[in-house]
Write a protein that binds this ligand. Structure first.
Ligand SMILES: [Zn+2]
Length: 334
């Protein structure tokens, strides 16, 4: 199946079309837009809206079109989960009810709609043999931007540096787009909270920097690498709340201000929350080797769960839905 590429010239005939909601109203899942560059022999690929409730990349793409800046090389934008983004209140659904998280479907080969959508995205990227692939996301909680990649070479760090100061070098495999083999620097960028105007600005500035760079070697500020992330999940079936004091109606209660840890990190002894019971196995802490490190990461003191070491924290959220369906947060040892 060949990706149907629209060109910016097609859009400019529509006065309103540069408005993000108007654009979205006209799109279908996995819409592909190509912008011709000054050097039209090279390509860079940017995917947005893999998750329907993470609009910063999409807003930034529309704003970039509006700027009419001609990129140094061809850009291919892929707008992935349009249906999810247009379900219920727009930009409120990560994926369509009854489907799976699209960014967990890239390693699958069944014939389900979400897997086929993932395959169309990969095909649209591979058919232009890009010199980099960037997948723009938001976090559900507030926090600074960061990049995630399987590589940590200088080219990947420089690409990450267009958006962020930090690159998390991960060996965790989830079935995401960035885990696919494109034979070029490939990143996920988490631009910050999905309802934060600063996140939209970060996404836009990064796209502009990417667009005007003659070569990917130009970034003067390679991102700092943080290695060996751990993924902290709630064990399936556990109930969760967020509050500033212990809650007796849920198995686990996480501190309401947990998203502040996205900015500051935590020190040994800092409070995460409370559990009802004496068993820290309500948490599952997965490292890159598949070990469960919950006993290394946390201590329990009178129902209070405290951190057992100093950590950088990423993607902590106060959304019960996001935390239970995906994870509580990621962390890296300081
Ligand atoms: Zn996402």
């Amino acid at each position: 199946m060949r990706a149907e590429a629209l060109h910016r010239a097609d859009l400019q005939g529509h006065q309103k079309f540069a408005q993000p909601l108007e654009v979205l109203s006209r799109l279908q899942d996995v819409s592909v837009f190509d912008v011709a560059g000054q050097d039209n022999t090279r390509w860079r690929a940017v995917s947005v809206l893999i998750h329907g409730n993470e609009p910063s990349g999409f807003y930034a793409m529309c704003r970039y079109w509006h700027s009419a800046v001609i990129p140094a090389v061809n850009l291919r934008f892929i707008v992935a989960s349009v249906s999810a983004a247009k379900t219920a209140k727009w930009f409120s659904q990560r994926y369509i009810e009854g489907e799976r998280d699209l960014n967990r479907c890239f390693a699958l080969d069944d014939n389900q709609a979400d897997t086929l959508r993932a395959q169309r995205i990969v095909k649209a990227i591979r058919e232009v043999t890009p010199e980099c692939v960037v997948d723009l996301h938001n976090t559900s909680g507030q926090g600074p931007a960061f990049a995630v990649a399987l590589q940590k070479d200088l080219a990947t760090r420089k690409l990450a540096g267009l958006w962020s100061d930090y690159l998390i070098h991960t060996g965790l495999r989830l079935g995401s787009l960035m885990e696919q083999e494109f034979d070029c620097p490939t990143l996920t960028i988490e631009c910050g909270g999905s309802d934060d105007a600063k996140s939209h600005q970060i996404a836009y500035q990064g796209i502009c920097r990417l667009a005007i760079s003659e070569t990917l070697d130009e970034c003067a500020f390679p991102a700092q690498v943080l290695s060996h992330p751990m993924r902290v999940e709630l064990r399936p079936g556990m109930s969760l709340s967020y509050a500033n004091q212990r809650q007796h109606l849920t198995d686990v209660c996480i501190l309401q201000q947990v998203t502040q840890y996205n900015y500051d990190g935590v020190e040994q002894g800092d409070l995460l929350g409370w559990i009802n019971g004496a068993d820290l196995s309500v948490f599952r802490v997965r490292d890159e080797m598949g070990n469960d490190l919950h006993l290394d990461l946390f201590t329990l003191d009178n129902n209070q769960v405290r951190f057992n070491q100093s950590l950088h924290i990423f993607m902590a959220t106060t959304s019960v839905k996001a935390a239970t369906e995906d994870c509580l947060f990621y962390c890296v040892k300081k």
